[in-house]
Write a protein that binds this ligand. Structure first.
Ligand code: ZN
Length: 648
C-alpha cells in the first residue's frame, strides 16, 4: 500500500467533511419536502450543511485524522438538533434542560466512533446513512408525537449507524442499497401528507346550492386574543361597528381558546359542552351553529389558524370544508420543520434575515385567501363562513410583516428578550413591566395589521356573500399585560382583561346601524341572535339567548354572565350580575364593583349580597355539567377513572 502524503490527507479530510455536510443539508431538505419547502430555505439547508462540513474537514485536517470530518458533521447535526430543542423550552436555564444535555452527550459520543477508512462508494453510503439519520430521527419524533425527552433519545440513531459501520464487512453492497432506500423513507411521510392535503374537498351538499333561498349568508370572524380595548377608536372595526351594533360589554365564558370558541359555536357554557381542556374534545352529540345552518341548506366553510380551532378538538362539526392550514405557508412543517428554520428562530443567535427572506406566516391574509374561493364558489347561495386568526395571539412569535415597524420604533427590551424571535408564553409570566410594555406594543402592532386588512376582507368576501349578509366580529378571550398584578397572558384566571371582548353585529336591513349597547351581553348569545336574524328557529336548551328582543326594547339584556376555567384541574367560576362580579376558586371568593373598579383591584368587603349569592349558587344546577368525553379511552383507563370518581 503506498504511503499517504499529508497533502492527500488534507484533501481527503475537506472532501469528506464537505460531502457529509452536503448530505446533512440534503437529507434535511428531503425530509421537509423538496417541492414544498421554499427554495431559499432549501438552499439555506445546503449552506448550513456545507458550513458545518467545512468546519469538520478543517478539524480533521489539523488533527491529521481524515475520518474525523464526517464524525464531526454527525456530531454537529445532533448538537444543532439539541440546540433547537433547548431554544424551544421555557426558562432562562434552557441549556441546562435534560433533553438538551442528553443530545449534547450523544454528539460528543459521535466523535470517537468516526471511522478512518479510505474513501469508497461504500464509505460514502455509510456517511449518507449516518447524517440522514439526524433528520430521520427528528421526523420519527414528530410522527410518533414524542416529547423533548423522546426526541433527545432518538438522537442516538446516527450513532447506531456509525457503530454499525465499524462492525460491518468492508466490501458489501448493503450500505449502498440501504442509502438508496433511506432516500425513499425520508421522502415518504411528506409525500403522503401532501396526498392527504390534495384530496378534493367534499362537493357541496345538494341543498346548499339550492337557489332562491331568502336566507342571508353569515360571516363569523374570530380574532383570537383580541381585548375589547385593543381596536383603534377610528379603525376598521369601529367603522364596521358603525354599520351595525357594537356591544361594548361583551363577555366570553372562558379565558382561553378551546372552551370559549366551543361556547361561541354551541351557545353552551364550557362545562355543558365539555371541551374544557386539551384532552377533552367537543363531543359529537353537541349541536353546533354550523350543523344547524347546514341543516337549513347553508354551505358551511371554516378557515382557521388551527391548533385548538381544528379537527382534533372536533370544532369541525357541521362544516363541509374545514381548512385549518390557512395561516401558514408550509403544510409539511407539521411533520418535519427544516433544521435551518428552527435554528433561524433560536434564542441565542436569531437569523432575522432568513425569516424575512422566507416569510412563512400569512395570518388573516392567508385566511382570506383560502376562504375567498369557497365564498365565490357558493355565490348566490346562503353560506356560513367561520374565519379565525391567531395573528394577534402570536405576538410573541416574530413576524416581520407586522413586527418590524414596531421593533424599529422602540428601544429594545431587556437582555432576556432582546432580538428574540420566539418566546415561550410561560416566560411572559416572569417578565418585568417594561418588557410586558414591549410585548403589548407588538400586540397592538398585530391588532393594527389585522384591522388594516378588514376593509379588504369585507369588500372581497362581501361581493361573494351578498349585501344582506350578517357579519359578526368577536374574540374568544383577551390578554393580560400587568406584571404587578401577575395578570399576564391568558387562561388560568377569570379577570375582565380576559373575559371582556369586542362584539360587533352588522346586519344591513335587519339591525339599525350605529347602535351602541353598553349593557353586558355574552358571546354565548351570538348563536341564538344569528339564528333569529336569519329567520331560523332557535333550538331549545341553549344557555345563550337572542339579543334581538332586548335590541327592540321588548326585553332586558341577559342579567348574568358566568365564566369558567377547568383546565389543569382548576375549578374557577365567575359571575357578572349587573355591576357586580364574583370570582370563586379554591382560594375563596372575591367580589368587585366592575363599574367603579374595572381593573378588579379592590375587592368589596362584607358578605355577598343575597341576589348574587343565589344566582352564583344556582349555576351548577341550572347549567348542569356533562360527563366528560371519554370515547377515546380504553377499558382499563375508564375503570381507573371510575374508581377515582371522574366518570359515572
Ligand atoms: Zn384564543
Amino acid at each position: 500500500m503506498p504511503e499517504r502524503t499529508p497533502e492527500r490527507t488534507t484533501d481527503r479530510s475537506l472532501a469528506e467533511g464537505l460531502a457529509a455536510g452536503l448530505f446533512l443539508g440534503l437529507a434535511d431538505w428531503i425530509a421537509s419536502g423538496v417541492l414544498r419547502t421554499p427554495f431559499a430555505l432549501g438552499l439555506a439547508s445546503l449552506g448550513l450543511g456545507l458550513a458545518v462540513g467545512a468546519g469538520g474537514g478543517l478539524v480533521g485536517r489539523v488533527s491529521g485524522r481524515a475520518g474525523l470530518a464526517s464524525g464531526l458533521v454527525v456530531a454537529a447535526g445532533i448538537a444543532l438538533e439539541g440546540l433547537s430543542l433547548a431554544s424551544k423550552s421555557g426558562g432562562p436555564s434552557a441549556l441546562a434542560d435534560g433533553p438538551a444535555l442528553l443530545v449534547l452527550g450523544l454528539a460528543l459520543a459521535a466523535l470517537p466512533t468516526a471511522s478512518g477508512r479510505p474513501p469508497s462508494a461504500a464509505r460514502a453510503a455509510w456517511i449518507w446513512l449516518a447524517v440522514a439519520a439526524v433528520p430521520a430521527a427528528s421526523l420519527a419524533g414528530a410522527l410518533l408525537g414524542l416529547g423533548s425527552w423522546g426526541r433527545a433519545a432518538l438522537g442516538a440513531a446516527p450513532l447506531a449507524v456509525l457503530l454499525l459501520e465499524r462492525s460491518a464487512a468492508r466490501a458489501s453492497r448493503g450500505p449502498r442499497l440501504a442509502a438508496a432506500l433511506s432516500i425513499l423513507l425520508l421522502a415518504a411521510p411528506v409525500a403522503w401528507a401532501e396526498r392527504e392535503r390534495a384530496r378534493p374537498a367534499p362537493a357541496p351538499s345538494p341543498t346548499s346550492t339550492m337557489a332562491g333561498s331568502a336566507r342571508p349568508s353569515i360571516v363569523l370572524l374570530v380574532i383570537d386574543t383580541l381585548r375589547a380595548d385593543a381596536p383603534a377608536p377610528d379603525g376598521a372595526l369601529a367603522e364596521l361597528a358603525r354599520g351595525g351594533v357594537s356591544f361594548r360589554t361583551a363577555l366570553a365564558p372562558a379565558p382561553w381558546t378551546l372552551p370559549s370558541t366551543a361556547s361561541l359555536l354551541t351557545a353552551l357554557y364550557p362545562s355543558q359542552h365539555g371541551a374544557l381542556s386539551a384532552a377533552t374534545p367537543l363531543p359529537e352529540d353537541v349541536t353546533t351553529l354550523a350543523e344547524l345552518l347546514r341543516a337549513q341548506g347553508y354551505a358551511t366553510g371554516a378557515f382557521t389558524g388551527g391548533a385548538f380551532v381544528g379537527r382534533a378538538h372536533r370544532l369541525d362539526q357541521g362544516f363541509e370544508v374545514f381548512d385549518s392550514s390557512a395561516e401558514r405557508r408550509f403544510a409539511p412543517f407539521r411533520l418535519h420543520t427544516p433544521l435551518v428554520w428552527r435554528l433561524a428562530k433560536n434564542r441565542y443567535l436569531p437569523l432575522r434575515f432568513l425569516v424575512r427572506l422566507v416569510d412563512e406566516y400569512r395570518g388573516l391574509a392567508g385566511v382570506l385567501e383560502h376562504a375567498l374561493p369557497f365564498a365565490e364558489a357558493h355565490r348566490g347561495a346562503p353560506q356560513f363562513l367561520f374565519l379565525h386568526t391567531y395573528q394577534v395571539h402570536d405576538y410573541y412569535l416574530y413576524d416581520p410583516d407586522s413586527d418590524d415597524a414596531v421593533l424599529e420604533a422602540r428601544a429594545p427590551p431587556s437582555a432576556a428578550f432582546a432580538g428574540r424571535m420566539s418566546v415561550h408564553p410561560s416566560e411572559l409570566l416572569g417578565a418585568s413591566q417594561a418588557d410586558l410594555d414591549h410585548f403589548h406594543a407588538l400586540y397592538q402592532g398585530r391588532v393594527r395589521a389585522v384591522e388594516a386588512l378588514v376593509p379588504e376582507l369585507v369588500r372581497s368576501l362581501g361581493a361573494a356573500v351578498g349585501e344582506d349578509a350578517l357579519w359578526i366580529v368577536t374574540a374568544d378571550h383577551g390578554e393580560g399585560f400587568d406584571a404587578a398584578l401577575g395578570r399576564v397572558h391568558h387562561g388560568g384566571r377569570l379577570h375582565d382583561d380576559l373575559l371582556h371582548v369586542p362584539l360587533i353585529l352588522r346586519a344591513p336591513g335587519r339591525l339599525p346601524p350605529g347602535t351602541r349597547v353598553d349593557a353586558p351581553v355574552r358571546t354565548l348569545d351570538v348563536l341564538p341572535t344569528v339564528l333569529e336574524l336569519a329567520g331560523i328557529p332557535v333550538p331549545a336548551g341553549l344557555s345563550g339567548v337572542s339579543l334581538l328582543p332586548a335590541l327592540r326594547g321588548e326585553a332586558s339584556y341577559p342579567a348574568e354572565a358566568f365564566a369558567e376555567e377547568r383546565e389543569h384541574g382548576l375549578a374557577l367560576t365567575a359571575l357578572r350580575l349587573g355591576d357586580e362580579k364574583l370570582l370563586a376558586g379554591p382560594g375563596g371568593e372575591l367580589r368587585y364593583d366592575v363599574a367603579r373598579d374595572p381593573g378588579e383591584t379592590h375587592p368589596l368587603p362584607g358578605p355577598v349580597p343575597q341576589a348574587l349569592r343565589q344566582a352564583f349558587d344556582g349555576f351548577a344546577q341550572r347549567f348542569p355539567a356533562r360527563a366528560l368525553e371519554t370515547g377515546d379511552l380504553d377499558a382499563a383507563t375508564l375503570q381507573h377513572l371510575r374508581e377515582l370518581g371522574y366518570v359515572e
